[in-house]
Design a protein around this ligand. Structure first.
Ligand code: ADP
Ligand code: MG
Ligand code: MG
Length: 263
């Protein structure tokens, strides 16, 4: 069947590099979903579909409901996150309280731990790709740059979004720990309101990622607790062997202090 026989396609929800996402409604039940169109032709498209199918089954990951195709495109029918992107919430909220930030990082780490357990590295964690539902649940989305790894296998290829990219990605030999670095960049932005590694060109951003030290100096830092700083420095360390795993982030005292216990 063709997608428009089954769903009524509605307004645009978002646009990305490779496709657009529209609201769609089941003609049978009226239930609403999000539909991402991916133009065929590149291997990368197949990988996004395959990885989403592999992952469906965690409350913190956007679920794929169905896939349609025609000659030109794939259509990924996903659960709808009607509250939009974390990025837009951040623009509205400004600085986050430690409690709110801890809640977001915890939900993100539950999703990332699941991905890593399933052998998937997301590689593009940033607030554009973290979506929110009406019930307030956070969902990790956009597996367009994700890859599956086998035990101990190393990844190569420089991918990601400049400000969020881990230093070892720039060297071109890395593992799932890159997702923890990106989440650390997010945590910094939540607590301080600015990105940790900045520059006015791609090269200066990359230089900052490779060299800049977190100094915890300046206005907004004064109100940030010691445990929050401790966690941040253990997520944004360039030493990959001491950088925390998703599971270790979940067990960090700052997370347990501010959030309800969970499995
Ligand atoms: P790209 O790979 O092109 O970045 P994304 O999968 O990130 O595509 O989707 C682009 C945008 O579409 C997102 O930033 C978001 O605004 C919107 N979007 C994607 N998936 C959903 C969804 N399930 N529910 C609501 N909006 C979505
Ligand atoms: Mg995206
Ligand atoms: Mg993508």
């Amino acid at each position: 069947k063709k997608i428009d026989q089954v769903y009524e396609l509605d307004k645009t929800l978002g646009k990305g590099k490779f496709g657009s996402v529209v609201l769609c409604r089941s003609r049978a039940t009226g239930e609403e979903f999000a539909c991402k169109t991916l133009k065929k032709g590149e291997e990368i498209v197949h990988r996004e579909v395959e990885i989403m199918q592999h992952l469906s089954g965690h409350p913190g990951v956007v679920t794929l409901k169905a896939v349609y195709e025609d000659a030109e495109s794939f259509y990924l029918v996903m659960e709808l996150c009607s509250e939009g992107r974390l990025l837009d919430q951040m623009a509205r909220e400004g600085l986050y309280s430690e409690q709110k930030a801890a809640h977001i990082i915890k939900e993100l780490m539950l999703a990332v731990r699941y991905c890593h357990e399933m052998g998937v590295v997301h590689r593009d964690i940033k607030p554009e790709n973290i979506l929110l539902t009406t019930s307030g649940q956070m969902k990790l989305a956009d597996f367009g740059l994700a890859v599956r790894i086998l035990d101990g296998q190393h990844l190569t290829g420089i991918v990601g979004s400049p400000a969020y990219v881990a230093p070892e990605v720039l060297v071109g030999n890395y593992s799932e720990k890159v997702d923890i670095w990106s989440a650390g960049v997010l945590l910094h932005a939540l607590l301080i309101g600015v990105l940790p590694f900045k520059g006015d060109s791609l090269d200066t951003v990359f230089e900052a990622i490779k060299k800049d030290k977190l100094d915890f100096v300046g206005g907004a830092w004064e109100s940030v607790s010691q445990p929050a700083r401790d966690l941040l420095s253990k997520m944004l360390t360039r030493n990959i062997s001491t950088r925390l795993t998703a599971d270790a982030v979940l067990r960090h005292p700052w997370i347990s202090f501010y959030t309800e216990p969970s499995l």
